[in-house]
Design a protein around this ligand. Structure first.
Ligand SMILES: Cc1ncc(COP(=O)(O)O)c(C=O)c1O
Length: 415
């Protein structure tokens, strides 16, 4: 007897969540497709200025703290790390942003995270309702920007609204350009300051204007501050600093509607440690803490101990800052007057206007064995089909001064 055949609709049922199909657009996958078929024709050693991965070492004391706490590898990581970690973070925030004593409550305003990529993504699951302002929720984000904000919006079935982050607005999204109708539907607005890829930063007035909008329209302002500790002259302002300056107002108190993201990946050259925190609105922190028990990866205890020590140490940060300033000096000497060069205020990227970013990136790899990333891969075409990143390449100055001098010399000659 023939066995019953499975119903056709099961055969045709899609196996995958097609909402996530656009994630195949991952910038570094596109970069590999562009550059991997090309063989550099020069004899120089390849230099990877494409990825924002610091190449110097994190503080040496990390390995001692890890080994002193090695007996804790047999413990499941607690969702909120340890009171000592949260206190170290609260003290750091208070010191760094000159916050009033007691402004940050380590138990209510801080959630420890394994680097910031995961919480930037997972926030969407926590903060995007099924509908908002009578329609489909919106996620606002800069274009160009870090690809994770876009992925988060897609996963939560929200509409992504890309705000131009171009030279006209100091490469930051202008709050005045968003319509009331869109703001009413907004569930999250991602900002990045200091900005990746351009290295500009929003001042207190800028941050305050976004906070007011978030409170008026009741959305979460998610401010990615992971480059806050790498700056040229002026320490970047922070969104919690802006909250403290605003104080209580007609639309909310203290940290309402604001969440900031910080990480040891760039500050302390420790992307492999996977350590950071989110801080801000206690209601968002509580909701996020619930999600951790289901879907997130808390930091293992030996790593928590090491990261606690790293947040409490400033000496290595000063050494890193000196190295990055040296790289900016080299870039200014070799590139000033070329490809719209401007000295970044912060972060470690150059954002060069080369006309055709994709073609230049391919040429730099072929002729100089220098790997960069086309700006178009970090942005999305606007309503007119224009990709605001298309004329640019992003150059990550993640090596020491000697390697940077050599690599930028080659890049400058090839431009
Ligand atoms: C703007 C921005 N935000 C967040 C991250 C995530 O860093 P991590 O998960 O290492 O903290 C990166 C990493 O490159 C980044 O460039």
């Amino acid at each position: 007897m023939d066995r019953p055949r499975p119903m056709l609709r099961f055969c045709q049922a899609p196996m995958f969540n097609d909402r996530l199909d656009p994630l195949a657009d991952y910038p570094f996958r596109k970069l590999a497709a562009l550059l991997d078929p090309i063989q550099p024709v020069c004899n120089d050693a390849p230099v990877m200025l494409s990825v924002g991965e610091p190449q110097n070492q994190p503080p040496a004391f990390i390995k001692d703290v890890l080994s002193e706490n090695a007996h804790l590898w047999n413990k499941y990581p607690p969702a909120l790390a340890t009171p000592a970690y949260r206190q170290a973070v609260a003290d750091w925030l208070t010191m760094r942003y000159k916050l009033p004593a007691g402004f940050v409550d380590p138990d209510r305003n801080i959630v420890p995270v394994p680097g910031t990529r995961e919480p930037l993504f997972m926030l969407a699951l926590v903060a995007i309702p099924q509908s908002k302002g009578g329609g489909r929720p919106v996620v606002l984000m800069p274009s160009p920007s870090y690809h994770v904000y876009r992925g988060a919006a897609m996963a939560a079935n929200a509409e992504s609204v890309y705000l131009p982050a171009t030279a006209e607005s100091n490469f930051l999204p202008d709050p005045a350009t968003v319509s009331k109708a869109v703001l009413d539907r907004t569930a999250i607005c991602y900002l990045c300051t200091p900005s990746n890829p351009q290295g500009t930063m929003g001042d207190l007035a800028y941050l305050k204007s976004w906070i007011k909008l978030a409170r008026e329209h009741d959305f979460v302002l998610a401010v990615d501050e992971c480059y806050a500790e790498i700056y040229d002259v002026q320490p970047p302002s922070g969104a919690l600093e802006a909250c403290a300056a605003l104080g209580d107002g007609p639309y909310g108190t203290a940290m309402d509607n604001v969440v900031v993201f910080h990480s040891l990946s760039k500050r302390s050259s420790a992307p492999g440690l996977r350590a950071g925190f989110m801080a801000g609105d206690a209601r968002v922190m509580a909701r996020y803490a619930e999600l951790i028990g289901y879907a997130c990866t808390p930091m293992p205890l030996p790593i928590v101990a090491a990261a606690t020590a790293v947040w409490r140490d400033e000496a290595h940060v000063a050494v890193n800052q000196k190295m990055y300033r040296g790289n900016f000096d080299i870039a200014t000497r070799l590139l000033d007057g070329k490809a719209g060069y401007f000295r970044p205020q912060a972060g470690f990227f150059l954002w060069l206007d080369v006309g055709d970013g994709e073609a230049t990136c391919a040429r730099l790899w072929k002729e100089a064995a220098i790997r960069t990333i086309p700006g178009a891969y970090m942005a999305v075409p606007d309503a007119k089909g224009v990709n605001p990143g298309a004329p640019y390449i992003r150059v990550a100055l993640v090596y020491d001064n000697d390697v940077t001098e050599e690599a930028l010399g080659r890049l400058a000659r090839a431009l």
